[in-house]
Write a protein that binds this ligand. Structure first.
Ligand code: PLP
Length: 426
């Protein structure tokens, strides 16, 4: 049990602690989590447990308090929790880099270990901009992306988030000016593919890279699109001397039913960002992978180094847990588990289509989405899910789930019932 009474803890939290996208002082009372195990969060107010339909923002793919991940952390803690990465290296970071190179699309050879998803996107942008500078083409400094995306909350990532109605509209006048094309349709449509090709061609002279979330646009709207667009982008980028970046921070490590969403299209990007599930959601770490073309290009420049080096780069504790998480994932039938959840979500969410106010229901891999025709009443929707014993975190017009892969069939059905209840009440 926490040392502070729950009511006091909530009051101190409200007064002093910023929460994501929150006001200060806080206006809503957050639930206090005392511990978490398997797919369940135990609440400190004694009201019991909630099945986690969110995997802690899509990261805890193996669930909580996993013995294998705990052991990896414990073992590494006994050696060293951190050591600087400048001039030093260590086995967890090297093993992790090798794992990532081996499992990611062919051709990605080099790994920058970043401290969060947003930073890995910053690093990706920096790599691409620096690549063209090094090659004597400093005019190529902009990024092209599609609308409806989300790439993080730091400066370059914010500049490629959805520019209208997105989370960072406040900054639209001062962020780097990027190039936006319409969000991709769900199915392959040749006129849209043509729009993509011509946008890349038209802006190629000023483009360092195209950056997209492959197959699933996550926090910008939970939209799915045909993997065929990734091939269109690859061809257009190759034809017009533009680098291609895939942000796989949400989609990586099996979530969409492929190890990486790029695998659905058999496309290798020049740069790829991963995060979230990298450490099984245990701690913060992300990575930016790139091809030898990109690394060699940077190395040929006037400044032949990538000038980025955070204090906690390559953190051994996080790297050890990430290695254990990857070995755990690859050592099991992860695809079977993701497909099992997909089937459960398809069945369980189908009734939502009959509810008033529901515009769309879509499922891909271990992702289930109910889209309303109005903005969600966050409190009503969350309360409805909690009454079903499930934790969900809707946003905008979306109620969705991305459960841990270890969620059993009964809990998947329960999550689906909670999503339906939230859609009814929200
Ligand atoms: N890119 C994508 C696709 C994401 O979904 C997110 C987070 O939701 C990020 C980047 C930012 O990652 P982080 O929150 O770890 O900074």
């Amino acid at each position: 049990m926490p040392d502070l009474p729950v009511s006091e803890l909530i009051e101190l939290d409200r007064r002093h602690v910023w929460h994501p996208y929150g006001p200060m002082p806080g206006r809503v009372e957050p639930l206090v989590v005392e511990s978490a195990s398997g797919v369940r969060l135990r609440l400190a107010d004694g009201s019991g447990e909630l099945v986690d339909g969110m995997s802690s923002w899509w990261s805890a793919i193996h669930g909580y308090n996993h013995p294998v991940l705990n052991e990896a952390a414990r073992e590494q803690l006994g050696r060293m929790s951190h050591v600087m990465f400048g001039g030093l290296t260590h086995e967890p970071a090297v093993r992790l880099a090798k794992h990532l190179v081996d499992m990611s699309p062919d051709g990605l050879e080099h790994v920058f270990l970043a401290d969060s998803g947003s930073v890995s996107v910053e690093v990706a942008a920096k790599m691409c901009l620096q690549y063209w500078r090094s090659l004597g083409r400093p005019g190529k400094q902009r990024l092209l992306t599609w609308r409806g995306g989300y790439h993080g909350d730091t400066w370059q990532p914010m500049s490629v988030c959805d520019p209208e109605g997105g989370m960072h509209e406040l900054w639209s006048g001062v962020l780097p000016r990027q190039v936006f094309v319409d969000a991709p349709p769900a199915e392959y449509e040749e006129p849209y593919a043509e729009q993509l090709r011509s946008a890349v061609e038209r802006h190629a002279g000023e483009l360092a890279a195209v950056i997209v979330e492959p197959v699933v646009q996550g926090a910008g709207g939970m939209r799915f699109h045909s993997p065929a667009y990734l091939r269109v982008l690859r061809e257009a980028c190759d034809a017009h001397d533009v680098l291609l970046v895939f942000d796989e921070i949400a989609t990586g490590f099996g979530r969409t039913g492929a190890l990486f969403a790029a695998d659905h299209a058999a496309v290798t990007p020049d740069v790829m960002c991963v995060g979230k599930a990298l450490t099984g959601g245990y701690m913060t770490m992300a990575a930016t992978l790139c091809t030898s073309r990109v690394a060699d290009g940077i190395s040929q420049g006037e400044v032949p180094v990538l000038a980025h080096g955070p204090t906690f780069m390559g953190n051994p504790l996080a790297a050890s847990v990430a290695c254990a998480s990857i070995e755990l994932l690859l050592g099991q039938d992860w695809l079977g588990e993701v497909k099992r959840i997909e089937t459960g979500l398809r069945e369980g969410l189908a009734p939502a289509l009959e509810l008033p106010g529901v515009q769309d229901v879509r499922v891909l891999g271990a992702i289930g989405v109910v889209q309303l025709d109005h903005a969600v009443d966050m409190k009503a929707a969350t309360d409805a899910a909690v009454r079903e014993g499930v934790w969900l975190r809707p946003f905008r017009d979306l109620i969705y789930t991305m459960p841990p892969y270890v969620t059993g069939d009964a809990d998947v059905a329960r999550i689906a019932r909670a999503v339906c209840a939230a859609a009814r009440e929200g």
